[in-house]
Design a protein around this ligand. Sequence first.
Ligand code: OOB
Length: 538
Amino acid sequence: MSVPFPEEFARRYRELGYWTGETFGSFLADRAARYADSVAVVDDRHRWTYRELDERASLMAQGFRDRGIAPGERVVVQLPNVAEFVSVVFGLFRAGAVPVFALPPHRFAEVSYFCRHSAAVAYVIADKAAGFDYRVLADEVRAAAPTVREVFVLGDPGAHTSLEDVPAAPPGEFPEVDPGGLAFLQLSGGSTGVPKLIPRTHDDYLYSVRESADICGLGPDSVYLVALPVAHNFPMSSAGILGAFHAGARIVLAPAPSPDVVFPLIEREGVTITGVVPPIALVWLDSAPKRSEDLSSLRLLQVGGAKFAEESARRVRPELGCGLQQVFGMAEGLVNYTRFDDDEDTVAISQGRPISPDDELLVVDADDNPVPEGEIGHLLTRGPYTIRGYYRAEEHNAQAFTPDGFYRTGDLVRLLPSGHVVVEGRAKDQINRGGEKVAAEEVENHLLAHPGVHDAAVVAVPDAFLGERTCAFVVTVGDQPPTGPQLRAFLRGRGLAAYKIPDRVEFVPEFPHTGVGKTSRRDLRAAFTARLAAERKG
Ligand code: OOB
């Protein structure tokens, strides 16, 4: 189901002290013993100490067990940035169950797939968030994914189970959990037809968490603001909420990343560190001078998920008054950080260097041969916290990994002599929409399901704010071809997350082809740019 690390690697990672045998359940209990009365979690409605969080996790764990969730069973968790995310997830860990992390924008297409592919037995949601009623989605998901026995709802449960009814007095002992086993499933941005699930173990993930907390300088006095969706790998572990817990620090969950919400929180809670994607960093940079809040507690702004332009990077210290850390990571594993002792230019132009001395990075050409030092090539990676295969995806794994276990990141990079990575582009068919990843083929398949669509190609087009937006090129068929708005409505109707709905739809009589007869995305992008230039002139 999950591809294990080969024994010789696992042994080495243990011998080097990377994999310590700690599990998420014991991790929290240990921190709670050490930092019992320190505040661990803050949101709009809660302020929990480590002791309270630990107790809640145990109550949730026993409640989930009483409701028949057995060790190893999968539970899809889709919650906004609220304290209950943490108690639910640690409750599941402690019960030996396996959370599957969905993001709030995911809809029927994604969630029903996660539930079916992981054979999830339960689904955890909030009643409503950002104007969307997740209970209606849950009804549709249950009808499509029969393994889902129960839906747990934060807030008004409707016909489902209230999360409030879950807690139950714990027996004092929880199931033994294998630290080398599956801890949770994280989501991949993907580049193929269906999203991929990423199996992470306690051992590998906690190693990256401990090192990240150290690299990001977290200590008991740190206050980490969660500005991105908490279930994403970046705010989860780079160094994120888990790094904060490792250090005995406090996390503050922001319901949205806008300055209106976040700046008052930074002032009120004395936030010292946060992580955002480039478009959010730009909004903060632009609005900071116009606002009255005191942001002086903020020491470090981490930016990652998509390329942060050098010009923007150089604005951070003068305009926000804090340091910058670039973060180039992936839910599959490898995370790179610029370091506190890097000079200003390195922090401005590079996306950092790997966490571990045992992260192996190869930069290769199209035939997997190493390119000359310093030149651009495809990044392959292997190491103590990078997966060896996606969950239940044997066929895809054969392409996504080399025979000796390197993950093909799909990123085009060059390495500086210092070992820092500069991201120069991407070879995978993915659109990076301000950090939100859209797999071209997934959207194309949904478009192709429309009877008026003969062919479809989804490509990235440059955008000053998001970095990239999506454009769908469509060849129609029949007497009554669909319009752009009709196609967008069609995709929404199929339950595709809003960020995957193409920003623009362009109709073309046919596609340009490459030498081997494949649709040429490069020519499509060029056609789009030419069309845009013509529109501006006209
Ligand atoms: C993070 O994780 P994912 O899984 O959403 O996306 C990974 C992909 C990378 O392969 C790369 O294409 C892109 O996102 N990316 C960047 C980048 N950080 C991620 N591209 C250019 N510059 C960067 N700084 O996005 C993620 C996971 C953990 C920490 C931070 C980001």
